[in-house]
Write a protein that binds this ligand. Sequence first.
Ligand SMILES: Cc1cc2nc3c(=O)[nH]c(=O)nc-3n(C[C@H](O)[C@H](O)[C@H](O)COP(=O)(O)OP(=O)(O)OC[C@H]3O[C@@H](n4cnc5c(N)ncnc54)[C@H](O)[C@@H]3O)c2cc1C
Length: 255
Amino acid sequence: MAVETLVPSSADEATQLFGDGEGVTVFAGGTILMPQIAAGRLTLGRTLLLHRSGLDGVGTEGGMTRIGAMTPVSVLAERDGLLARFAGEIADLEVRAAATVGGNLCASGGHGSQRGDLGAPLIALGARVRSAGRGGERTDPVEDFLAGDRSGRLVLEIEYDEPSGAWSAQTMRRRHAHSYSVANVAICSTGDGIRVGLSGVGPTAVRARSVEQSRDADDVLKDVDPVDDAVASAEYRRKMLPVLVRRALDEVEKS
Ligand SMILES: Cc1cc2nc3c(=O)[nH]c(=O)nc-3n(C[C@H](O)[C@H](O)[C@H](O)COP(=O)(O)OP(=O)(O)OC[C@H]3O[C@@H](n4cnc5c(N)ncnc54)[C@H](O)[C@@H]3O)c2cc1C
């Protein structure tokens, strides 16, 4: 199949060219796609290159932060707060400069490791995802977006209200710049409770509603079934995840 490259110069043009997403490969920073192409696991046909789409940029106004899908992870890492804590842990400077937040959200479980670390803090922050595709534009809570069928969606923007309460970021990975996560836990205190996000333990990030209700760290295993991969065994993740959740709960409760 011949490669057909589409290079939109605006968000509207990107949405129009994406259409219902049928047969279109979205290419953002390429840090996941390029190795797949190089290894011969992915052949491109109709390809939507987003680098000139203007879908990048991050800003906070009136207490609400908006992040364009093409915003590099390195830009998020330079900011303050919960999301920055996780962004700064991803890969190394070079990868973070190319990797985008949209690509992180749309990443599926890799060969031998999990991806999509930013899902945990975005769930804890109560983020919403604006996307286009079949049925038009819509905005979903990030945990619903991740749990649904993402194949026909083009992520445009992510937004969340800046947290006013305490938060905690707990991440576990091997001491190597290119190592993927063993587990990530993010907790944000809200006016009437807490929000708990988990990533790095399965193919997508999930919201830990059982922990939110009980505040019992062991309940996290009701919310997620950790997987085996080259980074860690499922058994190790089952042992460590409650430890990370306990630390995060303690930190939030003491603040
Ligand atoms: C050495 C190395 C280390 C890494 N370490 C980590 C790590 O620790 N944690 C981690 O989470 N990830 C890690 N990654 C994976 C990757 O760098 C990040 O997940 C990154 O954020 C992906 O973004 P991208 O723009 O490069 O995605 P791309 O490769 O461009 O795309 C990834 C997927 O998302 C889809 N996509 C991209 N943008 C959109 C959009 N706007 N709408 C719809 N679909 C879209 C693409 O079609 C593709 O399926 C690592 C990668 C490398 C090479």
